[in-house]
Structures are given as structure tokens and as C-alpha cells.
Ligand binder design. Sequence first.
Ligand code: GLC
Ligand code: CA
Length: 561
Amino acid sequence: MRNQRWKGSKWWKEAVVYQIYPRSFCDSNGDGIGDLPGIISKLDYLKQLGIDIIWLSPVYRSPNDDNGYDISDYQDIMEEFGNMDDFDSLLREAHERNIRIVMDLVVNHTSDEHAWFVESRKSKDNPYRDFYIWKDPKDGKEPNNWGSWFSGSAWQYDEATGMYYLHIFSKKQPDLNWDNSALRHKVYDMMHWWLEKGVDGFRMDVISLISKDPNFPDGEVNGLYGDLSPYCAHGPHVHEYLQEMNREVLSKYDIMTVGETSCVTVEEAKKYAGKDRNELDMVFQFEHVSLGEGKYGKWSTDPVNLKELKAVWKKWEEGLEGVSWNALFWGNHDQPRAVSKFGNDSSEYRERSAKMLALCQMFMKGTPYVYQGEELGMTNASFDRLSDYRDVESINAYHEMVEQQGMPAEEMMSYLKRAGRDNARTPMQWNGDVNAGFTTGEPWIAVNSNYREINAKRQMDDPRSVYNFYREIIRLRHEEEVIVYGDFEMLLEESDQIFAYKRKLRETEVFVFCNFTPNHVKFEEQPAKASVLAGNYEEEPGGYLRPYEAVAYKISAPEES
Ligand code: GLC
Ligand code: CA
């Protein structure tokens, strides 16, 4: 497929991305924390899986209030992860294997321990004062009613100057003031520095939040605080700033950019990543992972409704056609495990449904992202005790809900087990040895107790494993041009059991049918003159799709067959 180039073809459209959460990936020195040498030691594993790009969650210096999403030095490496030499080796070793590395760019906020903030809080006339968002008290209280996304008020009072600073996330993550041009240019200089080193792009953390409504109005109250989203997401200057960033930095390199755009709609996504907009290459949208949310938002145990899931993907796939490009994902470090949320993690159906999700995701149109362990069908940890949780979001939410809002503790625990971010942050399960082969020491977060059954070593040796299914599907994605560039059309929209679609490029068509249920489902849509391209059962389906069956058919162009 690589021999034929045309306008619109891009390496990052043809690639499969693998997300590494370094803290939980592989520990090389027995301190219980994953690190850069650990990642280097697993590059051959990733090469064998067939991925093309690593998205590295933050590895910068950080006091780890939010596991590296609170950065105290953008041009240094987190001590626990190694040093800059280790990073340079990682980049070199990855490139030697034709694997690119995309960095996490966390510039909506810094750590409160970043030198800019240390300066900023000193005095009102400090040269860095305006790098952050400071406001006077209103009637002796917070400047407005906004609630932090990590619980409590979004404003923190600072004694030194008697003013409040804004923090959408934890109080150790003060928001940067993007309206300050000096700050923006410091960020651009830092980006140049990494790109000159040879990194291959950026995943931009909550980039949709960088421009705030200058009036800072109260938000609609839900629970104890007002909702800041309408005043922070897609704010007045966000596109102007991204275009500036593109002009000054991104356009000068052959890189890939993907924005984490919380609260994004199709219309807004076309602005962030429209092909003639000179902003980003693609964005992560969150509508599909938000399905099943209830009155407490993500703290819910409601199941995902398949028809709604299909409607979301139809909207995004068809909505961005020809204008932008989708990012395809089921999970990441902020979501529960894909197989636990969208599939079925019971011992009976775990493997089958994990494979079904792989095929369903990878044959859609867009760049697919695999989150570490997804290729093994790793499941939610579902910790029973609060003391097992490490995530600042989960712990803060528990205290606010139970202690301030009077929710019964068991109820909140059931939500954490279903939706807490630590479900996806337990150590990568490498083998059946102690601590799943992740560390020889005490892991920073407990290993999922199912590691003897679910681990990489076992799956690499088993041709029918989830791992080897991913390899096969990734291989097909690299081979079949139609899967990358073909048009997308949703099929069987009315079915509440089968997720089906068609891809078409010139004369070649691929049909995908995925049974999202544990039932046998009547199936009469086998396309004529088609051959099976991939499937998660040995035998072709008859008049039924079997539990969690996924099958893809191909009709080749006459000259190809
Ligand atoms: C993003 C990250 C998440 C982090 C938050 C604040 O949503 O993915 O892990 O907590 O931003 O940086
Ligand atoms: Ca370590």
C-alpha cells in the first residue's frame, strides 16, 4: 500500500498508536515504579505487536500529585523514571525499530512546584505573576462558584498576596494564563527543544481548556459547585492560540498532533483539526466513553447502550469525513478497562469480547490507539478498599461524595470499582511470576489479581490469544488500504445487538459485523462474493453471530482477485 501516495495520505493515518503509562509499564530497578529503561527493554515486544507510534504519558520532572500530569520542569525527566540519557536512548532505540515517539504536552497547567509558579506566587509585581490566573476574593470568598474537576473549589487562596489562583484540576495544578504572550512563547520554545531532539509529535493534554472566558461568570450548580466547562472549554482564543502554535512550531516539522479536547462536539472538532485550519491533526472526543454516565457524571454503574454507542460513532465517522480525521480508542489511563466497560470481562467471554472490540475499533476510519494491556484483554482492577486507590481524582471524589454529600460509602465504592482511573493503571501483566513480572520490588499500586491467567508471556505463546489477534488485525490494517482510507458507512443502525459498518475504497469493500452481546443473534447480511478477512471464531458464521463474534468480509476489486 505504501507504494502509492496521493494528497491526503499521511504516515500518522496509516499508523497504530500504543499508549504507555510509564509508571505502570515496566520497572527495571526494583523500586516498584515503571521507568524508561523498563520501556526500552520492551520495545521488541511492541515491535512484534506491530505498532508504529508510542504515545508516552508524561515523563517530565514532577512531584506526582497527578502521576506526572503536574509538571515541575518541562525539560527534565522525572527522577523515578531515569534521566535525559535514558530518554535519548529510548528515542534512539525506538527509531532504530521504526517506532515513533509522541510526547504528552501538558500545558493547560503546571505543578505548583514549577519555577514559574514559585515565582508567580511571591508577589503581585513578580515578572511571572501573569503566567497564572490570579483573582481577588469576592466578598471575602472565592472569585466565583466554579468546582474543580478533581473536587472542591477550583480556586485556591494564597496567603502571600491574599489572592486566589485557578486550578481546574488539583490545587497542585495551577492553570496557566494563555492570554500572556510571553508564557505562550516559553511553551513554544520548550516544544521546539523537544522536536529538535527528534520526538515525533505531541498529544496535547486538555488543550480545549487553555482559553478562559475573561468574565469568569458563576457556573450552573450541580452538587456543591458551579460547572466551569462552558467558560473554559473552547474559550474565546483557543483556535487563535493553536494557529499561532502551528505557525511558530508545528508547521516546521513532520510530526503528528492529537488534542485531548474535553467537551468537544463534531462542529468544534472540525475547527481544531479541520484539514485546512492549521491547528492539530486530530482530536480525542469523549462522547462514546461518556455513555452510561448518570446524575453524578462519571460516577455511575449504568451499562452502555449499544444503539447509543453506534449513533456516536456514526456521527463522528460520517461527520468528519473529508474534513478532518478521527482518533479511535476504547480506553486510556483515564478510563476503565475497555473489555470491562464495552465488552464482557467474565472468564467465559473476556477473550472473545476483547478481540471483538479490537476488530470493531481497528477497522473503523481513523488512527487507532491501543492502551497498554488492552492487547492482552486486561480487566478492571475493581479494588474493594479505598486504601488500594492511588488516584487523586478518585480519592478526592470519595471524600467529597461520602463526607460532604452524604452518599453511602458502599455506593461510592461501587462507582470507583466501575469508573475509577486506577482500574487501568495497575501494572502491566508481563508474566505469571511474582508481581506479574512488572517489578521485583513492591509495586506502587497493586497488581490485578488475575495476572497468572492474563499475561503477555502466556499470550505470546498462544496463537489464539487476544495478543495474537491484535497482531493479526494490526497487520491487516497495514496491508489493506481500504481500512485506512476507505469511506465509512454505518450499517444495521436499528440493531441493538450488532455493530456493523462498511468501508469502501474504489472497487474494494470491507464489511464488519460485531455482536456486542453474549447471545446468538440472527445474521443474514453476509455479503455475496465476499471472503472472510478476519474473525474471532475459527469457523465462518452460519445464520447466527455467536456470542461476541466479530467478522470482517472483503470484496476485492476485480483486478485484485
Ligand atoms: C488529562 C489527563 C489526565 C489528567 C488531566 C489533568 O485529562 O489525561 O490524566 O489528570 O488531564 O492533567
Ligand atoms: Ca523503577
